[in-house]
Ligand binder design. Structure first.
Ligand code: 89Y
Length: 346
C-alpha cells in the first residue's frame, strides 16, 4: 500500500509527542511542517527528520498540497478553524487537536466546511483511548456489573498545568474546553448520549482568566446519572494528573478505576457474598513519552491508529468531526447551564 503523506501544522509543546506517536505506526510519511516561529519548526524538523519546513501555511500548501493526503493540526485552538479551512479547500483530509474550535459556532462551521469540501475530518480526542478507560469499558460491555445506573468521572488535580501550556491561563473559557472536552467525551464513550445536563463552575486560581473548576451532572439517555467533575485547584492527598478516575454502579455490582490504573470490580459470588476483583491496566510504555503524561501520551498512538485505519479505508474512526461535535455541544451547554443556572435539555 502507498504511504499516506502528511504535514504537521504547529510544532509547539504537544507536537513532539504527536509526531513521536505517528512514528509508532506504518504506512505514513511526514513530509512537511509549519510553525509561526520558524526556529521552533526547524528544531522539531531536525529532531524528527522532517524534510520541509515553513513559517507560512499557504506556502506549505502551495508547494505540497498535490502530494499531501492529510494535515495534522496541532496549533492552539484559535487557529484550528483557519487551518482546517485552508487544508479542506485544497482537498486534504484534516486531523485537528481538541478542542475542535474556539467556540461552538466555529466548531459547527469546521464540520460543515469539511463536508462541503468533501474531505474527511477527525478530531484528535485521545482520552477515550487511554488503556484504563478501554479496560473499564470492556467491563461495562461484558455486563459484569449489570445495567449501570450511576457514575462519577473525575479529573481533579493541582498539577502546574500552566508551566507547560501557558496559553491555557489566558483562555476566557478554560477547564471545560481543555479538560471538559476529554471528560465529557469519556462520559459519551462510556454511557452514550446525554439527555440533559446541569453545571456549576468556579475560578479558584486568581492568576488565570477562565474557570478552573466545573461540576456537571448529566442524565444520559441510557438512564445513567453521571457526575463529571473537573478541577485544577484540587490539592488532594494523592496527585492523579493526568489520570481520569471513574466509578460506575450497576444493578449487579460496581467498578472503580482508581489511582495508578487500578480497576476494582465488585459483584456477588455464587454464595451471595460480595467479592472484589482487582487488576491493573497499565498503559504501554514509550521511551519518548513524558512520564508525567504517560497515560495520555500512549493514548495518542491508539487514537492516531484508529484515525489512520479510517484514512486507509480499513474501519471507522471513533472521533470523527461529526462525532466530536456532540462533545463540543456538551461543553458549551455546560457553559450555558452555569451562566443561566438552569438545566439544559437536548
Ligand atoms: O491540554 C490538556 C490535555 O489535552 O491533556 C492534559 C492537558 O495537557 C492539560 O490539561
Amino acid at each position: 500500500m502507498q504511504k499516506l503523506k502528511f504535514a504537521v501544522i504547529g510544532t509547539g509543546f504537544w507536537s513532539t509527542y504527536q509526531i513521536a506517536a505517528w512514528r509508532e505506526l506504518h504506512g505514513i510519511e511526514l513530509i512537511a511542517s509549519y510553525n509561526r516561529t520558524r526556529q521552533r519548526a526547524e528544531s522539531v524538523a531536525q529532531q524528527f527528520g522532517i524534510p520541509h519546513v515553513y513559517d507560512d501555511v499557504d506556502e506549505l500548501l502551495d508547494r505540497h498540497a498535490d502530494e499531501l493526503d492529510f494535515v495534522d493540526i496541532i496549533t492552539d485552538v484559535d487557529t484550528h478553524s483557519l487551518f482546517t479551512e485552508k487544508a479542506a479547500k485544497r482537498g486534504l483530509d484534516v486531523i485537528c487537536q481538541k478542542p475542535m474550535g474556539p467556540n461552538r459556532d466555529a466548531a459547527r462551521q469546521m464540520v460543515k466546511t469539511c463536508q462541503d469540501a468533501g474531505v474527511r475530518f477527525y478530531v484528535h480526542e485521545n482520552f477515550r483511548w487511554q488503556t484504563p478507560i478501554r479496560h473499564l469499558k470492556a467491563v461495562l460491555d461484558a455486563g459484569i456489573i449489570g445495567r449501570p445506573f450511576k457514575a462519577r468521572v473525575s479529573f481533579c488535580s493541582a498539577f502546574p498545568v500552566f508551566d507547560n501550556q501557558p496559553f491555557l491561563a489566558e483562555l476566557d473559557k478554560f477547564i471545560l474546553t481543555d479538560i471538559g472536552s476529554h471528560i465529557l467525551d469519556i462520559c459519551r464513550f462510556l454511557f452514550g448520549e446525554a439527555q440533559s445536563l446541569y453545571c456549576q463552575t468556579a475560578r479558584v486560581n486568581p492568576g488565570i482568566k477562565g474557570e478552573d473548576v466545573a461540576n456537571v451532572l448529566l442524565k444520559m439517555s441510557t438512564g445513567v446519572t453521571c457526575y463529571a467533575e473537573m478541577s485544577y485547584a484540587s490539592l488532594l492527598e494523592k496527585e492523579a494528573f493526568p489520570q481520569t478516575l471513574v466509578s460506575v454502579e450497576g444493578e449487579l455490582g460496581s467498578v472503580l478505576l482508581t489511582n495508578d490504573f487500578v480497576i476494582k470490580t465488585t459483584t456477588r459470588g455464587a454464595d451471595g457474598q460480595r467479592k472484589t476483583e482487582q487488576r491493573i491496566a497499565n498503559p504501554p510504555a514509550y521511551a519518548w513519552a513524558d512520564p508525567a503524561y504517560a497515560v495520555v501520551h500512549s493514548s495518542i498512538v491508539d487514537c492516531n491508529r484508529n484515525i489512520l485505519n479510517d484514512l486507509q479505508g480499513d474501519g471507522k474512526a471513533e472521533t470523527t468531526g461529526d462525532d466530536n461535535l456532540k462533545t463540543v455541544e456538551l461543553v458549551y451547554a455546560a457553559y450555558d447551564s452555569a451562566a443561566q443556572n438552569r438545566v439544559i435539555h437536548f
